[in-house]
Design a protein around this ligand. Structure first.
Ligand code: SF4
Length: 391
């Protein structure tokens, strides 16, 4: 907790945005601007392109533990993850009816199937499966991705968005560069002083930003960064520094994140709400801006289980992040039945063990409400790090 009422008010606003299934802020934006709003699923879509065409990109990450699934379960077999059920539920119960379109990035078969279902269930909506390349050669995967982006721009324009304009796209790229820079700063501050930036709070701010126009999300990040930087009321605790990985798509509940923190873990790096960091550095604004988006995706995207590793081996990036972030242990925290995360996990465990990092693993569902077992597991893990790591 912080004694600063400005910080409390900001977190309260973020919490309300995060909990608002009906996307009131998006509805307000549409009423104010008359623009289109297009939802997107994890992990990555080129939000700059949508913004340049006057479209509001709206990040959707499924439900929480308080969303009652009435119809969503009927659309899926029991042995897959939870996020498509809650997304369908939100679609069918009208929560997402302010959206003019939905983008489904190519990350797994579940999302691919969800895009097909969305086309059948909501025929009036623009629905695009964004087939991002797994070949990172500029003349092959790059050309393919560019065609994909240009087609998307035409589809949006056909729905009433502004035609794609190079200068508008350069401006949008510069806005998102600033947005990402602030998120990198927040992550860096949390790495240095995790007691100043509790992960459950940072997470809420990152989630809130998904439904805001970039101009507002940047202001939110900037204010939050200023407030937590200068807040001296939060004091360090003797907690274990851990890197949490595996939660790049379906997200754990705030309750689970708090549980890990209360069990003695400082989360110093994670995979949450990765869209804010997926492109790791500034995208150039001069030259051909569409090509700049393409090259950024090909050469500067985060390593992910949903992305082919062209050079090196699986786990290199995880080890680099753990070492640079000063992590003392690794928490593998994947959604139940998440094929991309769970199929990568044995390779990542090997990499982690080669470097001598202690690790533990558990699975979650976005609607899990009971954390006692995870609390005991994470608490034991944190204690063992403090007792035996020599830290
Ligand atoms: S949680 Fe995993 S399996 Fe489920 S939709 Fe996301 S990436 Fe696919």
């Amino acid at each position: 907790m912080s004694a600063d009422p400005r910080l409390a008010a900001l977190v309260d606003r973020a919490d309300r945005l995060y909990r608002d299934y009906r996307l009131s802020s998006v509805r307000d934006w549409k009423a104010r601007t008359g623009g289109l709003a297009v939802g997107y699923m994890p992990i990555y879509v080129p939000r700059e392109l949508l913004h340049a065409q006057g479209v509001l990109p709206v990040g959707l990450m499924g439900g929480r533990d308080d969303l009652e699934i009435i119809k969503g379960d009927a659309y899926y077999q029991s042995y897959i993850c939870h996020i498509p059920r809650s997304t369908i539920e939100l679609g069918l119960n009208g929560s997402l009816d302010c959206l003019d379109g939905m983008l489904f990035p190519a990350i797994c078969d579940v999302i691919r199937n969800l895009s097909g279902m969305w086309q059948m269930l909501f025929p009036g909506m623009l629905v695009r499966y964004l087939d991002v390349p797994q070949n990172f050669d500029r003349d092959l995967g790059g050309r393919f991705y560019r065609d994909d982006l240009e087609q998307l721009a035409r589809d949006l324009a056909a729905r009433g968005a502004a035609p794609l304009d190079a200068d508008a796209l350069r401006h949008s790229i510069s806005l998102y560069n600033e947005d990402r820079r602030l998120v990198r700063e927040l992550y860096a501050l949390r790495g240095r002083a995790p007691w100043k930036v509790p992960t459950h709070e940072l997470y809420m701010v990152l989630r809130a930003a998904l439904v805001l126009p970039v101009e507002e999300s940047t202001a939110l990040f900037r204010t939050y960064l200023e407030l937590v930087t200068h807040d001296d009321t939060r004091k360090p605790l003797d907690q274990a520094r851990v890197l949490l990985t595996g939660s790049f798509c379906e997200q754990p509940s705030i309750g689970l994140i708090r549980t890990l923190e209360r069990a003695g873990c400082y989360i110093v790096d994670d995979d949450f709400v990765q869209i804010h960091r997926f492109i790791q550095s500034d995208i150039p604004v001069d030259g051909d801006p569409v090509e700049n988006l393409v090259v950024a995706f090909l050469t500067d995207a985060m390593a992910s289980p949903t992305r082919y590793v062209e050079t090196g081996v699986k786990g290199d990036d995880l080890i680099r992040r753990a070492e640079e972030g000063g992590a003392e242990g690794i928490l593998f925290c994947a959604a139940s039945f998440c094929d991309p995360a769970l199929l990568d996990q044995p390779m990542l465990v090997k990499a982690v063990e080669r470097r001598g990092f202690p690790w533990t693993a558990f699975k979650f569902s976005e609607n899990s409400g009971q954390f006692q077992v995870i609390r005991e597991q994470a608490g034991t893990f944190a204690d063992s790090i403090k007792l035996w790591s020599g830290a």
